[in-house]
Design a protein around this ligand. Sequence first.
Ligand code: NI
Length: 204
Amino acid sequence: MARMILFFAFVAAVSVAIAVGLWGGQYAARFANAPGQRVVEGDGEVLIGGPFTLTDQHGNTVTEADLEGHWSILYFGYTFCPDVCPVTLQNVTLALERLGSRADRVVPYFISVDPWRDTQEVMSDYAAYFHPSLVALWGTPEQVAEAAASFRVYFSPTNKPETDDYTVDHTSILYLLGPDGSYVSHFSHTTAVEEIAARLAEIL
Ligand code: NI
């Protein structure tokens, strides 16, 4: 009997070790691909951007094809975010306001990484606090995962979403995409309004 208990204890320990190893590996791999480190292919192409299908705050379907024809500032976050997301979106709003009519050529996008709580109604209410051209995108967990993967964005709820008692850890990078929808540059959530505005002014 004691040997059996020992055996099961051993199996349990090995299982935990494997699970931790797998989880840690996945975690490390995600961060190794963090966009701040400029993931570059052999031929120098930046691996940021790709397919996604989401819905905006008005109920329109938005895909990667809709990023073409204008400059885009794209940010992943969530409406329940207590600090970083609203500050970052406010910085984008202020930077675009500084650019005056030139900002007409830039569309800011906010993509929710909280598919469990950020519904169309929530996104619509939230978007109203920021720049009038803000496109607030939401989707199913699968759709959000696809969009995040396309932009190498990491996100993870801190607790089971069913509990409704969680925050969402997420990559906090502002992507600047060109009129062909491809990656041009990025800002951090700490980039000052003046700097975002100045860099946009250079290209617009
Ligand atoms: Ni946030």
